[in-house]
Design a binder for this molecule. Structure first.
Ligand SMILES: [Fe+2]
Ligand SMILES: [Fe+2]
Length: 302
């Protein structure tokens, strides 16, 4: 049976990670979600997407923050929206689906047809602690030694700010999600987590500023999510909320895996995932099934 897998944060600028992608076995019947942070340099991203496309029946990509960086020395020096559109066109040229394409329906024998919704949402600093302005929160984060590289490298052009770009993406995405016929449940796919709770990392709580938006806190209920797929935190694992399964599918840097994660490139099975009956828990405690890294040892995402 065809399966739907997911992975994110391949960061192929790291030689170990590049090797892991190069060595990935083909699964010609299966689909793969690539949930952002493939790499920083445009040609690195293309290299990895091409390899993955060769090995799967269908590949779906959403951007992470790293793809949107404009690095000094990268011949592709486009910024912001223009860079995003270039990445979309590159993917389309490789027959890879993006957030700008119609949402595909995943079907398998005996399985509920499910709409896959690749989303590009970004973040708007609303995951900051209450009572602080964005500027105060960023200053506090920087003072504690945490400053996301996005502040220097992820340009929002032509939007006036990253939060304005995020707002535009939230509106567009909510509109498209609302158009999905009610008979379908969905798999929302975003590099950035939809909910605040998992984004407050034990070791670096202020990093949550660059992780998402409070506007998506209820999207798993509002848009009939069957499974939610995200990355960015470099904390792979499965949690449950309101009977919905949330999969954090990061591969991460070698140093993340050295802290307790798996060293091999493990793809997360999103569907059918027979081990998981849908809504087999209504726990609001976020049951942590196989988080690879425990509290206090949170890896540093970038
Ligand atoms: Fe990452
Ligand atoms: Fe990221």
């Amino acid at each position: 049976m065809s399966k739907l897998y997911a992975v994110s944060d391949l960061h192929v600028g790291s030689p170990d990670n590049r090797q892991a992608v190069a060595g990935l076995a083909a699964r010609p019947e299966d689909w793969l979600i690539v949930a952002g942070d493939v790499g920083e340099r445009f040609e690195d991203v293309r290299w990895a997407i091409e390899r993955l496309r060769d090995r799967f029946q269908k590949v779906i990509w959403v951007p992470g923050n790293h793809e949107l960086w404009t690095l000094p020395g990268d011949p592709h020096h486009t910024r912001g929206e223009e860079r995003y559109q270039e990445l979309v066109e590159m993917c389309r040229g490789l027959d890879v689906l993006t957030p700008e394409d119609p949402y595909p329906v995943w079907r398998a024998p005996g399985e509920e047809p499910t709409v896959l919704a690749p989303l590009f949402l970004l973040y708007d600093y609303s995951f900051r602690p209450p009572g602080l302005s964005k500027e105060q929160a960023v200053a506090r984060a920087a003072g504690s030694g945490v400053l996301c590289g996005d502040e220097l490298l992820l340009h929002p052009d032509p939007h006036p700010s990253r939060e304005a770009w995020c707002e535009a993406r939230l509106q567009l995405s909510a509109r498209r999600l609302a158009e999905v016929p009610e008979r379908y449940r969905l798999v929302p796919i975003s590099h950035f987590p939809l909910r605040l709770e998992p984004a407050v990392l034990a070791r670096i709580p202020m990093f949550s500023l660059w992780c998402g938006s409070r506007a998506t806190e209820d999207w798993h209920r509002r848009f009939r999510a069957r499974v939610v797929v995200s990355g960015h935190l470099h904390l792979p694992g499965t949690t449950w909320r309101d009977g919905v399964r949330f999969e954090e599918v990061s591969f991460g840097y070698p140093r993340d895996r050295a802290r307790g994660g798996s060293s091999g490139l493990r793809l997360r099975e999103v569907l059918p995932a027979e081990g998981f009956a849908d809504a087999d828990t209504d726990a609001d405690t976020g049951v942590d099934l196989d988080r690879a890294v425990g509290p206090g040892a949170a890896p540093l995402p970038e």
